[in-house]
Design a protein around this ligand. Structure first.
Ligand SMILES: Cc1ncc(COP(=O)(O)O)c(C=O)c1O
Length: 466
């Protein structure tokens, strides 16, 4: 449901008496209770939620799911559907959020293949993991996100179902322990953020972020919105390679934001779906998080190995929350597990084994760092090439000065081109080139072979009458 200001609003929780995150300098998740107390509450809630049972006599005949209407197509996955249906042999899919090599083919990293072989040789059993997942995988993931020197005894963490699953755990945890707090997100943001948080019963509030005129960061209004979040509030950041815009704050801007979060005791939740994939360097890509922690913020992090290890279908990630101390960590972790248990019981084994094998082996880890850098380098190269081809053709962008500087200054998988929905529709209809309606080009789909055709088509559609 959309509120009057376009924010996603969900029906209020039935459990306003639930414990809340306690604000103030030392207040973390003090309201987090023991497992036994929560079990008692959830039994009461299940009884409350049980539907009324109708008598047999009153049951009407007819199709059971008659009232189910068709759901709208997913705005991102729908692009690939449309591309699939197109019979043009030269069609291009620039909607897909998955890496492709310069021949447009999906890539399995060599380090991943080697890890798979190693795992096969180990004749690993197929037993269930614990609710929290594979302990050494979690340990390795935390070191990657928080740096090798962070005290992990204060970090509550579980293996998650990739980035989406991590965000969902955050949303459910918020709904239980900060039930009236909205999550503040940048506008635009990854479209699934709205589904995830709203589905968990968390209100999503949009903040200005993107300056459509200049195709850059609207720092003035973004910062203003951040300052108006009530103290102790929750705010989501894209750790690097903001999706869909590719526009990140610079170091100075991050510093200002970090200090503000500390001052107002905001809870910064970092969605880090692209560590290493943005700059090619995992350390650089976690620099904002490191800065926030150095400034005294206690952060939450969603990690995904979909893009940076190419493990899209393995659904492997890590969700973590920094706590005040080891005791708080234990309580928080126990309650995150209470959320995971009825949702998926325990996370999948295969992907976690692959990541853990790569990160635990010095040689494989070094190879992974080289390979992730290789992917980032190809994306950057395509950005340069696309910009050069557009400039060569004299195409004007929608920026006031018509230049294409944003194509190379943006970072990560996506280029927010500035093209309008009309341009995008014309590209699909007349040129068999597909992307999301917001003009977002997946740079992963751009290759040395199709970049000229893309620039030619962009020239045509951008010259068409608006
Ligand atoms: C910003 C952001 N967060 C999270 C995700 C989730 O990805 P996954 O669930 O595949 O790890 C994505 C994927 O596109 C993303 O762009």
């Amino acid at each position: 449901m959309l509120g009057s200001e376009g924010e996603v609003v969900f029906a209020p929780s039935t459990s306003d008496s639930r414990p809340r995150r306690v604000g103030g300098q030392v207040g973390g998740w003090r309201g987090v209770r023991s497992v036994a107390m929560i079990l008692a509450t959830s039994r009461r809630m299940r009884a409350f939620a049980r539907p009324a049972v109708r008598s047999i006599a009153s049951v009407a005949e007819g199709p059971r799911w008659e009232g189910v209407t068709m759901a709208p197509a997913d705005p991102i996955l729908g692009v690939t559907d449309a591309w699939r249906k197109d019979t043009n042999p030269n069609k291009i899919n620039l909607g897909v959020g998955a890496y492709r090599d310069d021949n447009g083919e999906p890539v399995v990293l060599k380090c991943v293949r080697k890890a798979e072989y190693k795992i096969k040789m180990m004749k690993h059993n197929m037993e269930y993991l614990g609710i929290a997942g594979l302990p050494s995988f979690i340990n390795n993931s935390l070191k990657l996100a928080y740096g090798p020197d962070e005290d992990l005894s204060k970090i509550a963490a579980v293996q998650s179902l990739s980035g989406t699953g991590s965000c969902r755990l955050m949303a459910d945890f918020m709904h239980r322990y900060a039930p009236n707090e909205p999550m503040h997100v940048p506008t635009p943001t990854w479209s699934n953020h709205f589904n995830i948080f709203a589905d968990a019963g968390v209100t999503v509030k949009k903040m200005p972020y993107y300056d459509a005129t200049n195709i850059g960061l609207d720092m003035k209004n973004y910062y203003k919105a951040l300052t108006s979040i009530p103290e102790n509030g929750f705010v989501m950041f894209h750790a690097c390679a903001h999706n869909p815009t590719g526009v990140d704050p610079n170091k100075r801007q991050w510093k200002k934001i970090s200090e503000l979060c500390k001052e107002r005791n905001l809870f910064p939740f970092f969605d880090m779906a692209y560590q290493g994939f943005a700059s090619g360097d995992c350390e650089k890509d976690r620099a904002a998080i490191a800065m926030f922690i150095a400034d005294g913020n206690k952060v939450g992090i969603s990690q995904s190995y979909a893009k940076n290890m190419g493990l899209y279908g393995q659904r492997v990630g890590c969700f973590s929350i920094m706590c005040e101390d080891a005791d708080e960590k234990k309580r928080v972790e126990s309650q995150i597990k209470m959320i995971a248990r009825p949702m998926y019981s325990n996370p999948p084994l295969a992907g976690a084994l692959i990541v853990d094998t790569v990160l635990s082996d010095e040689k494989l880890a070094a190879q992974w760092h080289r390979e992730v850098r290789g992917m980032a380098v190809r994306i950057k190269k395509m950005r340069k090439l696309l910009r050069a081809e557009l400039e060569k053709r004299g195409v004007a962008s929608t920026r006031p000065n018509g230049d294409w500087q944003h194509v190379t200054s943006q970072i990560g998988m996506f280029c927010y081109s500035g093209m309008t929905a009309k341009h995008v529709q014309s590209l699909a209809k007349n040129h068999s080139i597909y992307m999301t309606e917001n003009g977002r080009i997946s740079m992963a789909g751009v290759t040395s072979n199709n970049v000229e055709r893309l620039a030619d088509a962009m020239k045509v559609v951008m010259a068409e009458k608006p």
